[in-house]
Design a binder for this molecule. Structure first.
Ligand SMILES: Nc1ncnc2c1ncn2[C@@H]1O[C@H](COP(=O)(O)OP(=O)(O)O)[C@@H](O)[C@H]1O
Ligand SMILES: Cc1cn([C@H]2C[C@H](O)[C@@H](COP(=O)(O)O)O2)c(=O)[nH]c1=O
Ligand SMILES: [Zn+2]
Length: 202
């Protein structure tokens, strides 16, 4: 379990933490857990989410289990910079929906001494890196990859399988459109010939 770092020789700088994984892997719950611990420590915390993500609530970050914290919806990453006065901790959910500027914003916040917690999907429904997430993972001091349970076999899921035929990268949805799946069950549905070929030579 992730524990807050307690010591730094440069207290004037902060750091970046990334929480990543598939849908239903517990990214938002982990973000809420870290935020709540910071609040217990009486730290000034602000939570942001992209304004386009209105799935459960417009001004809350809500997990699939309906745990929630108050959040500021922002249209773009730069908006966060003007809203973080006196903050010690900034948490950003659904980071895959922001454009590249979020990298500069996270770095700026960390250099201002802020602890930045970023949560997002590392892969899209095609199993490809999602937006700016690989870049954030590369620059973060701490990266936590969480896993869901595969709905087909009960194994460890790191892929988000899309049930709808849409090929748009951004398609908001829940269990109606997405299933967390393990490597085998995801590839078997996406590329059956490839899995069959592998099984023959096994
Ligand atoms: N297949 C699944 N595997 C794991 N958790 C699931 C699954 N389906 C539903 N859940 C629920 O989703 C919760 C995680 O929700 P959340 O933190 O919002 O995930 P994420 O932000 O990664 O999509 C779990 O605690 C669990 O109750
Ligand atoms: C895989 C995938 C997901 N999305 C959308 C679906 C949801 O609205 C969010 C992810 O939410 P969660 O908190 O991680 O469950 O992203 C998408 O737009 N495109 C995709 O490929
Ligand atoms: Zn599986």
């Amino acid at each position: 379990m992730f524990l807050e770092p307690q010591w730094t020789p440069h207290p004037q700088t902060g750091w970046i933490e990334v929480i990543c994984g598939s849908m239903f892997s517990g990214k938002t719950e982990e973000l809420i857990r870290r935020v709540n611990r910071a609040l217990i420590a009486k730290q000034e915390v602000k939570i942001f989410k992209p304004a386009l993500d209105k799935r459960y609530d417009e001004i809350k970050v809500v997990s699939h289990d309906r745990n929630h914290v108050h959040a500021y919806p922002v249209e773009n990453a730069y908006q966060m910079l003007s809203l973080v006065e006196n903050c010690q901790v900034v948490a950003i959910d659904e980071a895959q929906f922001f454009d590249n500027h979020i990298v500069e914003v996270c770095n700026t916040l960390a250099f201002r001494g802020i602890r930045v917690i970023v949560s997002g999907l590392d892969m899209d429904f095609q199993g490809k890196p999602f937006g700016v997430m690989p870049h954030l993972i590369a620059i973060a001091e701490f990266v936590t990859k969480v896993h869901a349970i595969c709905v087909c076999c009960g194994g460890l899921a790191s892929y988000s399988f899309r049930l709808s035929p849409s090929k748009k990268q951004v398609l908001l949805g829940e269990k109606d459109i997405y299933e967390p799946r393990c490597r085998y069950c995801y590839y078997k549905a996406m590329f059956p010939e490839m899995v069959l070929e592998q099984e023959k030579s096994y």
